[in-house]
Design a protein around this ligand. Structure first.
Ligand SMILES: [Fe+2]
Length: 206
């Protein structure tokens, strides 16, 4: 029989307290705002053969993508704070020159073939996802952003966009401006340098 000591009781009450703090903060978090998909979502036939979660290295291509490499990571959570495992997260964004991997993008600049342009990851048991990509750059008429889609099998659960916190173009961006301050904060990437790479954490709450 297990003897419950005073120290043990204290330990478990601390654990319970921190659990409830976690649960409260997760519930208090706002739902990730959904945003328009935009015209440049690459359909399956437009994508490169390599569609993994490392967008700065394309399989079989020697050159690495131009731009500043970042690591984008976070958790996919339900509105009750439950980790959502096995969900597909897709991202797509323009290359360092502002060109999308999409035939509808008529910009007269060559696409950076070292940049994958689109990638996906599948959330692990704790709801974690991660991508290696580039810090988004300006697309004419838009503030820098990364497009994100969350799917459960074929079912689309969320389409949104991530922004750079403090970017001056955010203030004049039509889509950014539609969000409340709290919503905007929830999709604004703050970067910290870790292991020589800029890292940002964005939890997606659906
Ligand atoms: Fe876009």
């Amino acid at each position: 029989m297990k003897i419950v000591t005073r120290r043990g009781l204290l330990k478990s009450s601390i654990a319970m307290a921190s659990l409830s703090v976690y649960a409260r903060s997760a519930v208090a978090s706002i739902l990730t705002p959904s945003t328009a998909q935009g015209p440049f979502y690459p359909s399956a036939t437009m994508r490169l053969a390599d569609v993994d979660n490392d967008l700065v290295k394309v399989l079989g291509v020697v050159e690495k993508a131009g731009g500043e490499v970042i690591r984008l990571k976070g958790k996919l959570l339900s509105k009750h704070g439950k980790a959502l495992a096995g969900h597909r997260i897709e991202i797509w964004q323009c290359d360092v020159n502002g060109k999308y991997l999409h035939p509808g993008d008529r910009h007269s600049v060559a696409y950076d073939m070292g940049f994958q342009g689109f990638g996906h990851d599948v959330t692990d048991i704790a709801g974690n996802y991660s991508f290696t990509t580039i810090k988004p750059t300006v697309y004419p008429g838009r503030t820098p952003h990364i497009h994100v889609k969350v799917l459960d099998g074929q079912r689309e659960l969320l389409t949104t966009q991530l922004y750079i916190a403090g970017e001056k173009g955010n203030n004049s961006d039509g889509l950014f401006g539609r969000m409340s301050a709290a919503q905007a904060r929830s999709v604004s990437m703050v970067f910290t340098k870790r292991n020589h790479i800029l890292e940002t954490n964005i939890d997606l709450i659906i």
